[in-house]
Design a binder for this molecule. Structure first.
Ligand code: PGA
Length: 253
């Protein structure tokens, strides 16, 4: 019932020239839209957004940004508003990635404004949540996820909850090569789904919850086969179009 979603997070990779080359190669590798086992998206730097939108037009591949301010405009030097993204025909935005939380003091309070502002602007938010290694070791994983999910979705109306994509990304698995076991991913993601269910039973069934953290072509299939795992947010492995296309193919299993 829930269609898988495989999103590539380029992080700070991709000049405009690299982005154009990447998109052309990716389209050569992916099956046509109607035969794809999953929705596919690329989350790219602001400066590459319009290039990707143009190269991927008509392909069904979604282009998303990696951050956004919630205000329409104002004295926020260096920030980008929802309308600045939709003007470029960007379809989505990653919000609350752990790197933004850690290095740029992204707070749950601002995130709840961002998630609501993205939906209001017609952008699909990908809200990232996840525990640190220390939190997992101290048995605080569920407490952390409950806090992040409840805060992040606080300003979203019940009818729109299922329009948010949630990415469960344990911080200890991001960029480390230490992928969560399929059981760990399933357990955390079913917990996240149940948290959405506390707000709306219907949204619980429909909301897509992705796994992220060291997803590679050779470990994707067993993670994606878990019943509550609806796709993947892929960092490092998404920078190689071949590897990324193999991860998309793994969603068929
Ligand atoms: P990774 O990154 O796949 O390189 O671990 C995932 C992410 O940060 O979204």
């Amino acid at each position: 019932m829930r269609r898988p979603y495989i999103a590539g997070n380029w992080k700070m990779w991709g000049t405009r020239a690299q982005a154009a080359e990447y998109c052309d190669r990716l389209l050569e590798l992916l099956p046509d839209e109607g035969r794809r086992p999953a929705d596919v998206g690329v989350c790219v730097p602001f400066t590459a957004l319009d290039v990707c939108v143009e190269r991927l037009r008509g392909s069904g591949v979604v282009v998303a940004a990696q951050n956004m301010h919630f205000a329409a405009n104002g004295a926020y030097t260096g920030e980008v508003s929802p309308a600045m993204l939709t003007e470029l025909h960007v379809m989505g935005v990653v919000l609350g990635h752990s790197e933004r939380r850690e290095y740029y003091c992204e707070q749950d309070r601002a995130l709840q404004e961002k998630v609501a502002a993205a939906l209001a602007a017609g952008l699909q938010p990908i809200l990232c949540v996840g525990e640190t290694e220390e939190e997992r070791e101290h048995g605080k994983t569920e407490r952390k996820l409950r806090h992040q999910v409840q805060e992040g979705l606080e300003k979203v109306d019940r009818e729109r909850l299922a329009d948010v994509v949630i990415a469960y990304e344990p911080v200890w698995a991001i960029g480390t090569g230490r992928v969560a076991t399929p059981e760990q991913a399933q357990e955390a993601i079913s917990f996240v789904r149940a948290l959405v269910g506390d707000r709306s039973r219907d949204a619980e069934e429909r909301v897509r919850v992705l796994y992220g953290g060291s997803v590679k072509p050779d470990n994707a299939a067993e993670i994606l086969a878990q019943p509550d795992v609806d796709g993947a947010l892929v960092g490092g492995a998404s920078l190689d179009p071949e590897d990324f296309a193999r991860i998309v193919a793994a969603a068929a299993s």
